[in-house]
Design a protein around this ligand. Structure first.
Ligand code: IMP
Length: 175
């Protein structure tokens, strides 16, 4: 494994620029409406904090935590909600905020679960997308960056709970 922090895939300044662009697009799309953002813990906390401060529409925030039964790097899609949202989303405009979509199993399962609660609309905003890794079809409406099949950390993303604090997106591993 290489030294973490050495190979920067996406630098802090590019992240800041892209988050502003995403927030502009979302603010335009939801103009005149009120949004509820649902962040998926723990990985989305940094992205969500940055995104929400750039939005120009009124919004509320809530968080969901999923207990995954996969290993750290391999998702099974076998999700259980270990901390549910505390707000009713019935009739509301909902934007799910996630750090990364990989196989798509987690988000597709969560979206199905949340749709059963009858939101007025439900869209997904992911910071990173590893399209090559999909096991189920899944497209987020808002994507920060498409990235290759590399394991990345930083900006909220972890490896065994480490490296979430790094301000850049960095690559670890040999692939
Ligand atoms: P999936 O889309 O169901 O495969 O799972 C996405 C989840 O896998 C994310 O929320 C992350 O927790 C984790 N994950 C996938 N790829 C990476 C990565 O490169 N770095 C850190 N976590 C990752």
């Amino acid at each position: 494994m290489n030294e973490v922090g050495k190979e920067i895939l996406i630098a802090k300044t590019d992240i800041e620029k892209r988050v502003r662009e995403l927030a502009d697009t979302i603010s335009r799309d939801y103009e005149g409406r009120e949004l509820i953002l649902i962040g998926i813990l723990k990985g989305a906390f940094v992205f969500m904090a940055d995104l929400v401060r750039q939005l120009r529409i009124p919004c509320q925030v809530d968080f969901v935590r999923l207990a995954s039964y996969g290993t750290v790097t391999v998702s099974t899609g076998n999700i259980a909600i270990s901390k549910d949202i505390e707000t009713s989303i019935e009739g509301r405009d909902v934007l799910v905020v996630e750090d990364i979509v990989d196989t798509g199993l987690t988000l597709s399962a969560l979206v199905e679960r949340l749709k059963k609660r009858d939101p007025h609309s439900l869209k997904v905003c992911v910071f990173l997308d590893k399209k090559d890794r999909r096991k189920v079809p899944f497209e987020a409406e808002y994507v920060g960056f498409n990235i290759p099949d590399r394991f990345v950390v930083g900006y909220g993303l972890d490896f065994n709970e480490m490296y979430r604090f790094l301000p850049d997106i960095c690559v670890i591993g040999e692939n």
